[in-house]
Design a binder for this molecule. Sequence first.
Ligand code: ATP
Ligand code: MG
Length: 430
Amino acid sequence: MNGNAKIRPVKGMQSLYGEDADRFAHVVETFEEVRRLYNFKRVEVPVLEQTAVFARTMGETTDVVSKEMWSFESRSEGSVTMRPEFTAGISRAFLSEGWQQHAPMKVATHGPAFRYERPQKGRYRQFHQLDAEIIGSADPLADVELLAFGAHLLAALGIEGVTLKLNTLGDQESRENWRGALVDYFSAHKAELSEDSQDRLEKNPLRILDSKDPRDQAFVADAPKMVLTDEAEAFFVKVREGLDAAGIAYELDPHLVRGLDYYRHTAFEFVTDQLGAQGTVLAGGRYDGLIEALGGSPTPAVGWAAGIERLAMLVDDNVTDKIEAAILPMGEAALAKAIEAAAYLRGAGFAAEIYATGKIGKRMGRADEAGARAAIVIGDDEIANGVVQYKDLATGEQTAMKLEEVVAPLTEILGREAMEDIEAMMGDQQ
Ligand code: ATP
Ligand code: MG
């Protein structure tokens, strides 16, 4: 090994700081808030699973399983794979951790996922997902709950220009019939299809509809549409009625198929016009066949996943954490008092930062940049009198008071701002 070789990150894996990291955190925090509103419980599942967990559930012919998995031989477990998504691992845990007793369960999680893809904007080899699942419910209300959670999340993030595209893949019977019709149709044009789609024709013709290749897209437009059984139709009607009742707008897209094998009935994508080919920000559907594929008894389930990086690119850039109080000790003797003041304010729930060195003007500048609303200035006179100087940075007004007394005006400033935020939000909705 060359000891002087420059160390570098693994290709397609990002490290974040500053605004990018703040946007990322904002997406996760908002997800956690909305998750609680919808009563989805947190779950944690491992990053590594037996390769079979993904191969059996996602389908050997999918892009993810056939070319995108990070798999390796472990010392004692045979082939293991770094999760490319959450659904398979959560379903595995449902079976092997005895979670069946909690069914129907509404669960959510987030964390890193890994796919060996060509890195580009919005596409990485380690990316991060938000994930929500309802396992053990065949009720269309579960689909509605899940879609409402997704729509609410995107609204709470302030993401605009998003369309919910909705389709049904039908039940087993309607799906089989559709598959046959697609094979007949595409076989007649086989020579003109892309090589990938010629291959798909035998293995998974539905996926031709998902093709981004222009050679295929010419034929996709006129491809036969799914003919639903009465039962599948009734299910889809209930989902749509539920969405209407929840006030969630959608567009029907008869060619929307999900990339993975295990979907039945509802399939959906929230798509934005802002990220080019990487426009899908939240996607999912019903996967009634998956848990059976893992060896469990038939268990209906529905879920979605969203890419955190893609959401983070779409959120407002004004999500950086702000401090509330800046503490400025003037001189050596004031430092201990400043530390004491910081401990007091943080204990009282205020975000505070000590600016101990540099010219006072510079320090004020840094405090301002960090978002401080008030400055607490402590010098020799203040120490002698047992007070601090409290300065409202908006008005410039400065008053000497006891440390404990700064809580009231600081609370007032922040309360006023919170009210203004709420009023602005209400204004937007009118
Ligand atoms: P795409 O068509 O963009 O490859 P996909 O169908 O493979 O997406 P899913 O398996 O549905 O994606 O994953 C859910 C979400 O995870 C996607 O909508 C996207 O936001 C995100 N995602 C998927 N792959 C990546 C990646 N390599 N880098 C960043 N985000 C990703
Ligand atoms: Mg993909």
